[in-house]
Ligand binder design. Structure first.
Ligand SMILES: Cc1cc2nc3c(=O)[nH]c(=O)nc-3n(C[C@H](O)[C@H](O)[C@H](O)COP(=O)(O)OP(=O)(O)OC[C@H]3O[C@@H](n4cnc5c(N)ncnc54)[C@H](O)[C@@H]3O)c2cc1C
Length: 410
């Protein structure tokens, strides 16, 4: 990792601290105004939203891009809507991405086998995160003066009265006035700085996924969700991701996984071999690569704080995944943008206190809280009552009630 002052930028930041060159020594200290940890959707959105702020922004990630992220790869329409509000050029560029599958509707299959289609209002696409996240980072590089540091893993962090000090696994250190923790489900920033870092199992799901090709009767433009008695409070998904490939996965509440000692990888393969709506379609399918798993920290319940003196958390680090549908890319992007708004306020008022940062928590609650709480209640209701899911799917097939079902699920 080699850094140096960018000739195109002012030599001194608004916070009055300077950027030094890393020479490779373990004692080097790099001062920035803002250090964003994690260059996934939350971190890149935050960096894009800080464009033109005049602040010295570092965006660091332990990975080198393109990097994979275990996900269903379905980028919700609200992700594009939020990015478009920053600059339509971002969305126009993302819409050139290949491979991708433009999504127009979802098919929901109840335990009874009944199914119905929901049509999406906002344009959206599925694309492997390997490609999508690299495209987001390319936008940061193209449009902002952000210092992007790859292969820069945060090991630990401490907050002093005057700054945050980030200790990297390489032995190097970064100093910043503010830290935005966008480092995902196992956030180091959250674990180090929150008084109550562990998320209750009730607000946590586990998910596994693999890529397949040659899946029969799969339609481009349609994401499919299968609910069954064996994996309620979760679902099996089949999402086209372009180039004839499918992201196929299974997610479930962590408390059920541990209570019933469920092996999700095994269950996924069992379901693909035996589920009445899937077995024939997967008979000739080819699995591409291993099944991989990852955690989903969900929002909507008793929310942990997402800020404190000199720091904020966004996306999965702030446990913002929608508990009903499992999407979090949009919420990561929206929270990254909200954090950037708070960053600007902090520098404008030179106030980095916990009290002032709490405004960010209030904004999260105001703008995302009601949706997450609604999804959490619905997930609890449907997840324990298969008959309700069957009834809902049946009712949704009746003309006039489909719109009601679509509004209910969101
Ligand atoms: C199985 C599964 C399926 C899912 N399906 C969908 C879906 O279809 N649609 C959807 O919208 N959401 C889905 N989600 C949720 C979605 O993946 C997350 O909500 C989203 O990735 C959150 O973005 P983020 O930027 O907060 O975190 P991430 O995307 O996890 O990015 C975090 C970044 O931080 C970096 N990082 C981590 N630790 C450190 C460190 N110590 N130092 C430096 N960098 C670090 C990582 O390398 C990574 O690049 C799914 C999740 C799972 C697990």
């Amino acid at each position: 990792m080699q850094l140096g002052p960018d000739a195109a930028r002012p030599p001194q930041s608004q916070a009055g601290i300077y950027l030094y060159r890393v020479s490779g020594s373990a004692t080097d200290l790099l001062p920035f105004d803002v250090a964003i940890v994690g260059a996934g959707p939350a971190g890149t959105a935050c960096a894009l939203a800080l464009r033109g702020s005049g602040l010295r922004v570092a965006l660091l990630d332990k990975a080198t891009f393109p990097r994979d992220k275990v996900c269903g790869d379905a980028v919700p329409g609200h992700a594009f809507k939020a990015l478009r509000q920053l600059d339509p050029a971002y969305v126009d560029a993302l819409w050139q991405l290949e491979p991708r599958d433009d999504v127009r509707r979802s098919r929901l299959v109840a335990p009874s086998g009944n199914s119905f289609y929901m049509h999406w209002k906002l344009p959206a696409f599925n694309s492997p995160r390997l490609d999508f996240d690299a495209a987001l980072l390319a936008l940061v590089r193209q449009y902002t003066a952000t210092e992007v540091l790859e292969n820069a893993a945060l090991k630990t962090i401490d907050i002093t009265a005057d700054y945050a000090r980030l200790h990297l696994a390489s032995g190097q250190e970064i100093r910043a006035s503010l830290v935005v923790g966008c480092d995902g489900a196992n956030s180091v920033v959250g674990r180090r700085l929150l008084p109550e870092p562990r998320l209750a199992r009730a607000y946590h799901s586990a998910g596994v996924r693999a890529y397949f090709e040659n899946v029969a009767e799969a339609e481009s433009g349609t994401t499919e969700f299968f609910f069954s008695r064996s994996h309620l409070a979760g679902y099996l998904w089949l999402f086209p991701v372009g180039a004839g490939r499918y992201n196929v996965g299974l997610g479930m509440l962590s408390e059920l996984v541990s209570k019933h000692k469920i092996d999700l990888k095994k269950l996924l393969l069992e379901q693909l071999a035996t589920h009445p709506g899937l077995a024939s379609r997967f008979r000739e399918a080819r699995q591409l690569g291993p099944i991989q798993g990852f955690g989903l920290p969900m929002g909507g319940g008793r929310q942990r704080p997402a800020s404190g003196a000199r720091f904020m958390l966004c996306g999965d680090a702030a446990s913002l995944i929608d508990p009903l549908q499992g999407h979090g890319i949009d919420l990561a992007i929206r929270s990254g943008i909200m954090a950037a708004e708070q960053v600007r306020q902090c520098f404008a008022q030179q106030n980095f206190s916990a009290d002032f940062m709490h405004r960010y928590d209030e904004e999260l609650q105001r703008r995302l809280g009601p949706q997450l709480a609604h999804s959490f209640r619905l997930q609890r209701l449907l997840g324990t009552r298969p008959w309700l899911m069957n009834l809902g799917t049946w009712l949704a097939q009746l003309p006039g009630l489909r719109r009601w079902a679509q509004r209910l699920v969101g």
